[in-house]
Design a protein around this ligand. Structure first.
Ligand code: ZN
Length: 298
């Protein structure tokens, strides 16, 4: 606990405000059954698009991911784990080049000084070959893991090029949820948003409504995703959805301009709009404190 306070003090001194998002039913009587002290934090990294080349968008495309790794490694207290929410690499039609990018990406993030890193693909990694190359490097595209009383569910809404989860995965999800109590702490990681944020820009999951319907009976569900290269906080009923910034270029706000073109690099404020996120979890309260962190300290 003392260490956790040190960490929060550090974030405060660095001038980085945290935003608290409450999920679920605070004060629910069954909360009393939970054990004390289940406070930990994880880091969400997203959308590094390794292999992207566009000097006007990011002249340091070959060095930004390494800077993010260094930034995470310099945190005063290492996170319990890191989750990388997809688009690890930038898309390519060439299967050999795709594997080269995945291998290079894996080499760079192997420098992260954290015991466990959980990966998932984005459509740039997986939609052209249904996740074949991705699985050679990182294994399953959807899975679950448990950590200190929280059930984490990683979903794949990218390997199917129609941006669907599909019936096989939906049945798997239903069976997984079935084993949980209705007040379980559930965190879902996905690449695309599970709700219709802006379908015209591919900012939606075709059968995301079916996922949300399965999650609805559970009181404490929070979703973290990527894909849209900016922060967005949205509620569907009692379920909170939080998108993360990118590690390569920011995208415009949903529908704010005719085309979904990246925002240009600003030489006076390099790396502006890029970043990663620190999520402090209080499992007992089902509370998530989000702090957005820059890749390079200004
Ligand atoms: Zn994407």
């Amino acid at each position: 606990m003392e260490k956790m306070l040190d960490r929060r003090e550090f974030l405060k001194l660095a001038g980085l405000g945290g935003v608290v998002f409450l999920s679920g039913l605070a004060g629910c009587s069954s909360m009393a059954n939970r054990s004390e002290g289940d406070v930990f934090y994880f880091v969400q990294l997203s959308d590094s698009h390794w292999g992207f080349n566009g000097p006007k968008v990011n002249p340091d495309a070959g060095g930004t991911l390494q800077k993010a790794v260094a930034a995470v490694n310099s945190l005063t207290q290492p996170p319990d784990f890191i989750v990388f929410t997809g688009d690890l690499t930038h898309t390519t039609d060439d299967p050999l080049e795709r594997r080269k990018r995945l291998a290079e990406f894996r080499g760079i993030v192997s420098e992260l000084k954290v015991k466990s890193v959980h990966f998932m693909p984005g459509e740039h990694d997986a939609s052209l070959d249904h996740g074949e190359a991705y699985q050679e490097f990182f294994g399953k595209t959807y899975y679950t893991f448990d950590h200190k009383g929280v059930h984490f569910i990683v979903l794949d809404n990218v390997s199917d090029p129609t941006a669907s989860i599909g019936d096989v995965q939906l049945q798997w999800l239903a069976a997984d949820l079935n084993a949980l109590s209705n007040d379980a702490d559930i965190v879902v990681f996905a690449h695309r948003p599970l709700f219709d944020l802006y379908p015209q820009w591919d900012w939606a999951t075709r059968d995301g409504d079916k996922v949300l319907a399965l999650l609805m009976p559970y009181a404490n569900v929070t979703v973290f995703y990527g894909h849209i290269h900016q922060e967005n906080h949205h509620m569907t009923g009692h379920i909170a959805h939080h998108s993360a910034k990118s590690l390569i270029f920011p995208l415009p706000a949903p529908g704010s301009q005719p085309k979904r073109t990246p925002l240009p690099w600003d030489a006076t404020q390099p790396y502006k709009g890029l970043g990663y996120r620190d999520v402090e979890v209080d499992a007992q309260k089902a509370e998530y404190r989000i702090t957005e962190l820059p890749i390079v300290q200004g």
